[in-house]
Design a protein around this ligand. Sequence first.
Ligand SMILES: [Ca+2]
Length: 101
Amino acid sequence: MSKTKTQMQILADQLIAVFHEYAGKSDTIDKKEFKKMINEQFPDCVEYPQNQQGKDKLFKDLDLNKDNQLSFEEWTRLLGSFLSCAHIKFHQQEGHHHHHH
Ligand SMILES: [Ca+2]
């Protein structure tokens, strides 16, 4: 196997590092850590507004097994919507008349 990491492997390492930064030793993110993470890492492109209620709802939606903690797997669901939104913004910044095949 090649020692050079692929773009996706590098991105995965970075995403895991962000998760661990907020999850700490528990390896899960609780509601307090979640709010800090949203404020610091997701300035835009989250499904809910930047208020307490919106964050509470988002946390609840992501917490599939309702244990009041976000596991890494639960947390990755946030990334999907964040990436989709970032992708739309990317194309908006390119200009409306620019099309790809
Ligand atoms: Ca959970």
